[in-house]
Design a protein around this ligand. Sequence first.
Ligand code: FAD
Length: 459
Amino acid sequence: MTVGGSVWPRAAETVRRREPRPSNLRGTVWIVTYLLFILAPLFALLLGSHPPARSFWTEFSVAIGYSGLAMMALQFGLTARFRYVTEPWGEDVIYHFHRQISLVAVALVVAHPVILFIARPELLVLLNSFTAPWRARFAALSTYALLALVATAVWRTKLRLSYETWHLMHLVLAVAAIAAGIAHMVGWGFYLADPWKRALWIALTFVSLGLLVYVRIVKPLFLLRRPYRISEVRKERGDTWTLEMQPEGHAGLRFRPGQFGWLTVWGSPFKISAHPFSFSSSAAAADGRLAMSIRKLGDFTNQIDGVPVGRRVYIDGPYGAFTMGNPADLHVLVAGGVGITPMISMLRTLADEGDKRPVILLYGSKSWEEITFREELEALEARLNLAVVHVLENAPEGWPGERGFITAAVFKRHLPPGYAKHEYFICGPGVMMDAIENALGDELKVPISKYHSERYSFV
Ligand SMILES: Cc1cc2nc3c(=O)[nH]c(=O)nc-3n(C[C@H](O)[C@H](O)[C@H](O)COP(=O)(O)OP(=O)(O)OC[C@H]3O[C@@H](n4cnc5c(N)ncnc54)[C@H](O)[C@@H]3O)c2cc1C
């Protein structure tokens, strides 16, 4: 076992090429499609018959209202977990984009009435929902729902909303906002006099709601037919439990090491109760067996040791782009705490496949006793071309290895020079990941394309 010192793995003996990650081309095609969907409603307004033009600010406010609503409707597509769409970036990037672009969309939708009221103060009477026509009431409903959507998403923890309650509210508010927004537009009908334009917007609404039906009904139906059984619940070091799962009546899913799945343990896949976990088992298991290793942290994970063997569970996956795919002279795995789970899957897979590519694991843990998979990592060092460097927050007396946190200095002590040539995988607590990304980017000048991060928080 390596605890400190500059022990580099041997140069590559056999560097097998894994299944490549999805190409940049696919990502570009999706970006263009996304932009087209957002802009298509605006272009459609320019076709067919036109009402007489109004003041610049009125027209401008209407245009941004249309764009904002189209962006909102497309949020259902972003979060529908279509593997083919999310693969080029990874789920965390998609959710991050979803969060950021939602703020832009809401800002556009809210700017629509604000600009109108400033340009035409006589319209302020429409704010009185008791006297205003229905089309204005729908506009108000849509705007209030959007504001509530943003407030509950941004301040979820401050508002002490459990993830499940928040998720349900998020869905209800999103559907209300889109439906009321479209009702407002169709009701006003200024630009939608042509029936085909009305049909276009109504179709957009149905596509959005259809995506919701797909995620909440069609997909769970599919998962119901592909259950797994818990075959073992095993305690690991560091307050972590491993669930071993066997596919029941099907061949099981295939994943690339580093990917994750959404696990439903209590109840059916129709409940909003799935939690994301990386697969910790080898991806080379022939019989479809899977494992997830879960650290106790909150409502759901605290009950993980109580999951009975034999229980039927459901797994939606695989997802994620946190996978070894690019050739590199050295793979550097950087794990903090339970962030070791995707790494152990990578290492177990390399061992099963007899892959001797050089790998260094820099692994931060609270203490020597809490190093999850400690003994197995020692065994893997003997089987693989692997060096493990433990970094302990609370190191015992006389500890010869690294102490504190993983910093640029730790990288410099343990990695061979030519940092920009190595491929890095980072997973751990958010603060640790921020610090490591800064160290790699700012101090070691590693280009962003050479490091991959898996963040354990989407929301
Ligand atoms: C891609 C990915 C892979 C992960 N892999 C692992 C792993 O291998 N091992 C491990 O121990 N943990 C992993 N996690 C973290 C794990 O999902 C959370 O710790 C767990 O969902 C917390 O749920 P809870 O009810 O116990 O805690 P809570 O206290 O309810 O939640 C803690 C935080 O976890 C997040 N969270 C809670 N429920 C969900 C949910 N249903 N969906 C998404 N996020 C949620 C929220 O940000 C919440 O604030 C992973 C997370 C992600 C995003």
